[in-house]
Design a binder for this molecule. Structure first.
Ligand SMILES: [Fe+2]
Ligand SMILES: [Fe+2]
Length: 204
Protein backbone atom coordinates (compact mmCIF):
# COMPACT_ATOMS: atom_id res chain seq x y z
CA UNK A 1 0.00 0.00 0.00
CA UNK A 2 1.23 3.44 -0.86
CA UNK A 3 -0.32 5.49 1.90
CA UNK A 4 -1.50 5.11 5.40
CA UNK A 5 -4.32 7.30 6.56
CA UNK A 6 -3.81 10.18 8.90
CA UNK A 7 -6.32 12.91 8.30
CA UNK A 8 -7.85 15.22 10.83
CA UNK A 9 -11.32 14.14 11.83
CA UNK A 10 -14.51 15.90 12.71
CA UNK A 11 -13.81 19.16 10.93
CA UNK A 12 -17.28 19.89 9.66
CA UNK A 13 -18.33 22.61 7.29
CA UNK A 14 -15.63 22.31 4.63
CA UNK A 15 -17.76 22.29 1.48
CA UNK A 16 -20.22 20.08 3.39
CA UNK A 17 -17.61 17.33 3.70
CA UNK A 18 -17.44 15.18 6.82
CA UNK A 19 -13.70 15.60 7.29
CA UNK A 20 -10.82 17.66 6.02
CA UNK A 21 -7.62 16.76 4.18
CA UNK A 22 -4.55 17.75 6.18
CA UNK A 23 -0.99 18.72 5.26
CA UNK A 24 0.15 15.12 5.86
CA UNK A 25 -1.81 14.00 2.79
CA UNK A 26 0.03 16.60 0.69
CA UNK A 27 3.35 15.35 2.09
CA UNK A 28 2.43 11.82 1.01
CA UNK A 29 1.55 12.77 -2.57
CA UNK A 30 4.20 15.51 -3.07
CA UNK A 31 6.97 13.07 -4.15
CA UNK A 32 4.57 11.61 -6.76
CA UNK A 33 3.23 14.78 -8.38
CA UNK A 34 4.06 13.62 -11.94
CA UNK A 35 1.66 10.71 -11.48
CA UNK A 36 -0.90 12.84 -9.61
CA UNK A 37 -0.91 15.34 -12.49
CA UNK A 38 -1.63 12.59 -15.04
CA UNK A 39 -4.42 11.33 -12.77
CA UNK A 40 -5.70 14.89 -12.44
CA UNK A 41 -5.90 15.24 -16.24
CA UNK A 42 -8.01 12.08 -16.36
CA UNK A 43 -10.24 13.42 -13.53
CA UNK A 44 -10.96 16.66 -15.42
CA UNK A 45 -11.81 14.68 -18.56
CA UNK A 46 -14.08 12.36 -16.55
CA UNK A 47 -15.81 15.33 -14.89
CA UNK A 48 -16.59 16.78 -18.34
CA UNK A 49 -17.79 13.40 -19.57
CA UNK A 50 -20.04 12.88 -16.55
CA UNK A 51 -21.73 16.26 -17.12
CA UNK A 52 -22.26 15.54 -20.83
CA UNK A 53 -23.67 12.10 -19.98
CA UNK A 54 -26.29 13.78 -17.79
CA UNK A 55 -27.31 15.98 -20.73
CA UNK A 56 -28.04 12.79 -22.66
CA UNK A 57 -29.72 10.97 -19.76
CA UNK A 58 -32.09 13.77 -18.76
CA UNK A 59 -33.14 15.83 -21.82
CA UNK A 60 -36.58 16.27 -20.15
CA UNK A 61 -34.96 18.11 -17.23
CA UNK A 62 -34.62 21.45 -18.97
CA UNK A 63 -33.18 23.12 -15.85
CA UNK A 64 -29.95 21.17 -15.95
CA UNK A 65 -29.05 21.63 -19.63
CA UNK A 66 -27.30 25.00 -19.53
CA UNK A 67 -25.57 24.67 -16.13
CA UNK A 68 -24.12 21.28 -17.06
CA UNK A 69 -23.15 22.37 -20.58
CA UNK A 70 -21.18 25.24 -19.01
CA UNK A 71 -19.69 22.95 -16.36
CA UNK A 72 -18.54 20.44 -19.00
CA UNK A 73 -16.87 23.26 -20.95
CA UNK A 74 -15.03 24.43 -17.84
CA UNK A 75 -13.85 20.90 -17.04
CA UNK A 76 -12.50 20.51 -20.57
CA UNK A 77 -10.66 23.83 -20.14
CA UNK A 78 -9.13 22.44 -16.93
CA UNK A 79 -8.20 19.29 -18.86
CA UNK A 80 -6.37 21.41 -21.45
CA UNK A 81 -4.62 23.37 -18.67
CA UNK A 82 -3.32 20.19 -17.06
CA UNK A 83 -2.23 18.79 -20.44
CA UNK A 84 -0.21 21.99 -20.96
CA UNK A 85 1.49 21.51 -17.58
CA UNK A 86 2.29 17.89 -18.48
CA UNK A 87 3.86 19.08 -21.74
CA UNK A 88 5.86 21.84 -20.00
CA UNK A 89 7.26 19.29 -17.57
CA UNK A 90 7.88 16.54 -20.12
CA UNK A 91 5.44 14.21 -18.36
CA UNK A 92 3.89 11.60 -20.65
CA UNK A 93 0.08 11.57 -20.64
CA UNK A 94 -0.92 7.94 -20.38
CA UNK A 95 -3.52 5.55 -19.02
CA UNK A 96 -3.38 5.02 -15.27
CA UNK A 97 -5.37 2.70 -13.03
CA UNK A 98 -7.88 5.07 -11.41
CA UNK A 99 -8.42 5.54 -7.72
CA UNK A 100 -11.28 3.27 -6.53
CA UNK A 101 -12.93 6.43 -5.10
CA UNK A 102 -15.27 7.37 -7.98
CA UNK A 103 -16.40 3.82 -8.66
CA UNK A 104 -17.14 3.11 -5.01
CA UNK A 105 -19.04 6.35 -4.64
CA UNK A 106 -21.14 5.61 -7.73
CA UNK A 107 -22.03 2.22 -6.25
CA UNK A 108 -24.14 4.23 -3.79
CA UNK A 109 -26.41 5.57 -6.56
CA UNK A 110 -29.88 4.05 -6.34
CA UNK A 111 -31.06 2.36 -9.55
CA UNK A 112 -34.60 3.66 -9.96
CA UNK A 113 -35.79 7.15 -10.82
CA UNK A 114 -36.31 9.70 -9.43
CA UNK A 115 -33.84 8.64 -6.71
CA UNK A 116 -31.17 7.84 -9.28
CA UNK A 117 -31.01 11.40 -10.65
CA UNK A 118 -30.86 12.86 -7.14
CA UNK A 119 -28.05 10.51 -6.11
CA UNK A 120 -26.01 11.24 -9.24
CA UNK A 121 -26.24 14.99 -8.52
CA UNK A 122 -25.20 14.49 -4.90
CA UNK A 123 -22.33 12.12 -5.70
CA UNK A 124 -21.12 14.65 -8.29
CA UNK A 125 -21.43 17.44 -5.71
CA UNK A 126 -19.29 15.41 -3.30
CA UNK A 127 -16.61 14.67 -5.91
CA UNK A 128 -16.44 18.37 -6.84
CA UNK A 129 -16.21 19.33 -3.16
CA UNK A 130 -13.42 16.85 -2.45
CA UNK A 131 -11.54 17.92 -5.61
CA UNK A 132 -11.77 21.54 -4.50
CA UNK A 133 -10.71 20.70 -0.96
CA UNK A 134 -7.72 18.62 -2.16
CA UNK A 135 -6.67 21.42 -4.54
CA UNK A 136 -6.82 23.88 -1.66
CA UNK A 137 -4.58 21.61 0.44
CA UNK A 138 -2.13 21.30 -2.47
CA UNK A 139 -2.15 25.07 -3.02
CA UNK A 140 -1.31 25.66 0.65
CA UNK A 141 1.26 22.96 1.32
CA UNK A 142 3.00 21.89 -1.91
CA UNK A 143 6.67 22.91 -1.91
CA UNK A 144 6.49 23.24 -5.75
CA UNK A 145 5.06 26.76 -5.92
CA UNK A 146 4.29 26.62 -9.64
CA UNK A 147 1.98 23.67 -9.03
CA UNK A 148 0.62 25.28 -5.86
CA UNK A 149 -0.38 28.31 -7.94
CA UNK A 150 -1.98 26.09 -10.58
CA UNK A 151 -4.17 24.51 -7.90
CA UNK A 152 -5.10 27.80 -6.24
CA UNK A 153 -6.25 28.98 -9.69
CA UNK A 154 -8.52 25.97 -10.18
CA UNK A 155 -10.19 25.52 -6.82
CA UNK A 156 -12.73 28.36 -7.01
CA UNK A 157 -14.32 26.86 -10.13
CA UNK A 158 -14.49 23.41 -8.50
CA UNK A 159 -16.22 24.99 -5.49
CA UNK A 160 -18.73 26.57 -7.87
CA UNK A 161 -19.31 23.17 -9.50
CA UNK A 162 -20.11 21.72 -6.08
CA UNK A 163 -22.77 24.43 -5.71
CA UNK A 164 -24.15 23.79 -9.20
CA UNK A 165 -24.76 20.10 -8.50
CA UNK A 166 -26.33 20.88 -5.12
CA UNK A 167 -28.64 23.43 -6.73
CA UNK A 168 -29.66 20.85 -9.37
CA UNK A 169 -30.35 18.32 -6.59
CA UNK A 170 -32.68 20.87 -4.98
CA UNK A 171 -34.62 21.07 -8.26
CA UNK A 172 -35.18 17.32 -8.03
CA UNK A 173 -36.21 16.91 -4.38
CA UNK A 174 -37.29 18.80 -1.27
CA UNK A 175 -34.50 20.55 0.66
CA UNK A 176 -34.89 18.20 3.63
CA UNK A 177 -34.62 15.10 1.40
CA UNK A 178 -31.52 16.59 -0.25
CA UNK A 179 -29.94 17.41 3.10
CA UNK A 180 -30.55 13.95 4.56
CA UNK A 181 -29.32 12.04 1.50
CA UNK A 182 -26.28 14.31 1.12
CA UNK A 183 -25.33 13.67 4.75
CA UNK A 184 -25.59 9.89 4.20
CA UNK A 185 -23.43 10.02 1.09
CA UNK A 186 -20.90 12.38 2.70
CA UNK A 187 -20.38 9.82 5.45
CA UNK A 188 -19.77 7.06 2.89
CA UNK A 189 -17.39 9.35 0.98
CA UNK A 190 -15.32 9.87 4.09
CA UNK A 191 -15.21 6.10 4.75
CA UNK A 192 -14.09 5.40 1.16
CA UNK A 193 -11.18 7.84 1.56
CA UNK A 194 -10.25 6.26 4.88
CA UNK A 195 -9.48 2.93 3.18
CA UNK A 196 -5.88 2.18 2.22
CA UNK A 197 -4.99 3.59 -1.20
CA UNK A 198 -3.04 1.48 -3.69
CA UNK A 199 -1.33 4.44 -5.41
CA UNK A 200 -1.03 8.25 -5.27
CA UNK A 201 -4.09 9.92 -6.78
CA UNK A 202 -6.05 13.15 -6.31
CA UNK A 203 -8.75 11.09 -4.56
CA UNK A 204 -6.87 8.69 -2.29
FE1 LIG B 1 -12.23 20.79 -13.01
FE1 LIG C 1 -15.32 20.58 -11.42
Amino acid sequence: MYFSRGRSEGSEGVLNLVDETDAAWVQRVAPHMDEVLVDHAHCEKKAAGAAVKLLFSYPHHRFLQRPLAQLAREELTHFEQILAVLDQRGIVYRSLPPSPYGGKLHEQVRRDEPERALDVMLVSALIEARSCERMRALSLHLPDRQLANLYSGLLAEEARHHGVYLALARELADPEVVRTRFAELALVESEILRAEAPFPRLHT
